[in-house]
Design a protein around this ligand. Structure first.
Ligand code: SF4
Length: 292
C-alpha cells in the first residue's frame, strides 16, 4: 500500500502518540491491568470478561470494583467456575457478591455474568473464543450479535444485564465488547492475544468519548454521533495506516483523554507537548462544525 503525504504524516504523529502513552504508567489507569495480573490464560479470559464489561465511569474506583467482583473466585477464577455445579456456583456467588455494586451493575448481575461464562465454556470446552468466531465469509459482528441475543434470553432482566448487552447490528458502538475482543485477540502490547483464531485485523475500535473526540480532531471521522458507524469509520481510517493491526493506536488515543492531557482546544500554551499537534484541528472552524 502506498501512502500519501498526509497519511504518512498522520501515521508518524500517531506513532509518536504511542511512544508517549504505550507505557506501564498509563496501563495502571486501565482495566486491562486486572486480567494481566493473572498468569493462566483461562483465568485471564474470565478476568477480562468481567473487567471489560465493568469498564465505564471513573477509572480508579472501577478497577477496585473489578478486583472486588473477582475476589470471591480466588487466584484461579476459571478453575473455581469449572469445579462447581451451576447451582453451587450461583449460591456461592450470590452470597459473596450480595453487597457488591458498581454503578449500574449489582452483585446479581455479576453472578449471572460469571455463570454465563461457565455455561459457554462448558459448551465449547475452551472458553468464549468459539462463540465469537465468525463463520466462513461472515462479518465478526454477526457472531457477536448472535451471542448478545442469546445472553439477552439467559440473563436476568436487570438494568445492569441490559447495559452489558448492546447489539452491534442495532447500531451500537459496543465499546465494552470491542474492548474485550481487542484484549483477547490482539497480540501487540498491551493486549493479551490469547485467541489465535479470531481475526485481529477485523477488530473494531472500542469507541469511548475520548477516542471519538480526538478522532474528530485529527480527521479520522467527520461523524458527530459516537455510535457503531463512527467506530467503523475510525477503524477504517486506522486500517489504512496499519492494515494488519488497525487497533494498535487505540490505547494511546484513549489514554490521551483518560489521563486528562487533552484540553479539547489546540493551543500552544496547553498542547505544546502533544504529538498530534501538527495534525490536530481542535477548536478550528472545521472541528467545531463536525462536533455539533
Ligand atoms: S487539542 Fe491539543 S492535546 Fe488535544 S489532540 Fe489536539 S493538540 Fe493534542
Amino acid at each position: 500500500m502506498v501512502m500519501g503525504t498526509s497519511t504518512t504524516r498522520l501515521k508518524d504523529r500517531l506513532d509518536g502518540l504511542c511512544a508517549r502513552y504505550d507505557t506501564a504508567l498509563a496501563l495502571e489507569k486501565d482495566p486491562l491491568i486486572v486480567p494481566l495480573a493473572y498468569t493462566n490464560p483461562l483465568d485471564q479470559e474470565v478476568a477480562a470478561f468481567v473487567a471489560a464489561h465493568l469498564a465505564y465511569g471513573r477509572v480508579e474506583p472501577m478497577i477496585r470494583a473489578v478486583r472486588g467482583a473477582l475476589a470471591p473466585l480466588g487466584p484461579n477464577p476459571a478453575a473455581w467456575l469449572r469445579d462447581r455445579s451451576e447451582p453451587e456456583a450461583r449460591n456461592a456467588l450470590n452470597h459473596a457478591l450480595q453487597s457488591w455494586v458498581w454503578r449500574f451493575h449489582i452483585g446479581l448481575d455479576l453472578a449471572a455474568w460469571l455463570l454465563a461464562w461457565k455455561r459457554l465454556d462448558l459448551e465449547s470446552g475452551e472458553g468464549l473464543e468459539p462463540h465469537l468466531l465468525p463463520g466462513t465469509g461472515e462479518d465478526p459482528d454477526t457472531s457477536l450479535s448472535r451471542l448478545v441475543h442469546r445472553l439477552r434470553l439467559e440473563l436476568p432482566a436487570t438494568y445492569g444485564a441490559r447495559f452489558s448487552l448492546p447489539d452491534p447490528q442495532e447500531g451500537a458502538a459496543c465499546k465494552r465488547w470491542r474492548m474485550f475482543l481487542r484484549w483477547m485477540a490482539r497480540t501487540g502490547w498491551p493486549d493479551l492475544g490469547l485467541w489465535t483464531r479470531y481475526p485481529a485485523d477485523r477488530l473494531v475500535i472500542p469507541l469511548d468519548t475520548h477516542v471519538a473526540r480526538v478522532s474528530r480532531f485529527i480527521g479520522l471521522t467527520r461523524r458527530a454521533t459516537p455510535d457503531g458507524k463512527m467506530a467503523r469509520e475510525i477503524t477504517d481510517a486506522l486500517r489504512r495506516l496499519d492494515p494488519q493491526d488497525p487497533l494498535r493506536y487505540d490505547f494511546a488515543l484513549s489514554h490521551l483523554g483518560i489521563l486528562g492531557d487533552c484540553p479539547g482546544v489546540r493551543k500552544p500554551s496547553t498542547c505544546a507537548d502533544c504529538p498530534l499537534y501538527s495534525v490536530c484541528r481542535a477548536g478550528s472552524e472545521c472541528a467545531a462544525r463536525i462536533s455539533r
